[in-house]
Design a protein around this ligand. Structure first.
Ligand SMILES: Nc1ncnc2c1ncn2[C@@H]1O[C@H](COP(=O)(O)OP(=O)(O)OP(=O)(O)O)[C@@H](O)[C@H]1O
Ligand SMILES: [Mg+2]
Length: 346
């Protein structure tokens, strides 16, 4: 056990954080996942007073009086409102972290599509909240490690992490992403597509939570064994009156199809750009899907049809990234650790 390990684990807590567009998860070294909350914040626009964060804030979505604004400080996998992100993360960390002599070191995940400026903004937010040092890890690398893959091997793997704001795809070998790509076609895009469809075809306005519920109940990428239907309530766009409609899983499947083709396309282009030796490993082992978006019914079968490669999902797909970060926390003090070189500190 080296001196750095002793100092860092007795005088402070190392923290892992996955600030997703929809969900924030926090991991404390030695304890595991200590927080899983929706990435939402509610505040009073008149007094600027913080009303709620996490699930309490999400519950207010579409139901709060006009003076209370409910927002997601993350969009498309990156920080879209730095002030609000700072407040939200500050509240989350304060709720789980005990005071220690040294400030914590933090490993945070980043989307493959994030720019240097966006990554710096994330580091600055974490520094402002409490971090002594910030280390970053690309989401697919963390997701693969969290799904139990040994990412340090000289063996090609292809991971697609389908979150709410971004779909991050990477081929991985020797603890590195060899080719990485990202698109914003992910969970939120599917939800928004339902909202647009219902508005256009049924002249009905529905809220984000209703659309998300439709996606989870009857949304599919491959037909269910028997067609599912769902009664949906919304507001008639012609007269503003409440009205009810019935939606079927087959019509939602058609609505989702163009988005699924976009996801299949980015997986295919990532594979095409991957060196041949790694391609053959991927062909043998298949493609791993992680992230909440991978919960969409039949997405593995649909993507297999498009890519003609085995596609599989893991258990706890929403927790793969944070568990991967957790396993990297344990390696922060190992000298010459293969994977730590992929983080950088401010
Ligand atoms: N059963 C389900 N069917 C379809 N989609 C689902 C299901 N359960 C969760 N989701 C979707 O998964 C997404 C959230 O996944 P996840 O928590 O991995 O995203 P995130 O990490 O917050 O986002 P990102 O990584 O893009 O910033 C949401 O869009 C949610 O609606
Ligand atoms: Mg995510």
């Amino acid at each position: 056990m080296n001196i750095n390990f002793l100092v860092n684990n007795t005088l402070s807590n190392d923290i892992g954080i996955d600030i997703g567009t929809e969900t924030t998860l926090i991991y404390i070294a030695g304890k595991g996942i200590v927080l899983k909350e929706p990435s939402y914040i509610a505040y009073d626009v008149c007094s600027d007073k913080l009303e709620a964060v996490g699930s309490k804030a999400k519950e207010m979505l579409g139901k709060a009086p006009s003076c209370i604004k409910v927002i997601k400080p993350m969009a498309n996998g990156v920080i879209s409102d730095k002030d609000m992100a700072c407040k939200m993360i500050g509240e989350f960390i304060a709720s789980i972290l005990q005071k220690t002599i040294l400030k914590p070191r933090i490993i945070a995940s980043v989307s493959m599509g994030s720019t240097q400026v966006e990554q710096r903004a994330l580091c600055e937010v974490l520094k402002e909240v409490c971090a002594r040092d910030v280390y970053l890890i690309e989401e697919p690398l963390a997701a693969a490690a969290g799904a139990g893959c040994d990412i340090s091997l000289a063996r090609g793997m292809l991971i697609a992490d389908i979150g709410a704001g971004s779909c991050d795809v990477a081929s991985i070998s020797l603890g590195n992403s060899v080719i990485g790509k990202s698109i914003t076609t992910a969970g939120d895009a599917f939800t928004n597509e339902i909202t647009q469809y219902v508005k256009k075809n049924y002249a009905l306005d529905i809220g984000f939570l209703t659309a998300e519920n439709i996606k989870k109940q009857i949304g599919c990428a491959y037909p269910f064994e028997s067609i599912r239907t769902m009664t949906v309530y919304g507001s008639d766009i012609t007269n503003g009156m409440p009205r009810m409609i019935s939606l079927s899983s087959e019509e939602i499947r058609e609505v989702f199809d163009p988005l699924l083709l976009q996801i299949a396309e980015i997986i295919k282009t990532t594979l095409e750009d991957t060196p041949p030796e790694l391609q053959s490993d991927i062909l043998e082992d298949g493609i791993l899907l992680t992230g909440g978006g991978a919960k969409l019914y039949g997405i593995d079968r649909r993507l297999r049809m498009e890519t003609e490669i085995k596609v599989f999902v893991t258990e706890n797909m929403e927790e793969c990234v944070i568990n991967g970060i957790g396993s990297e926390l344990a390696k922060l003090d190992i000298p010459n650790n293969q994977t730590t070189k992929f983080y950088y500190s401010l």
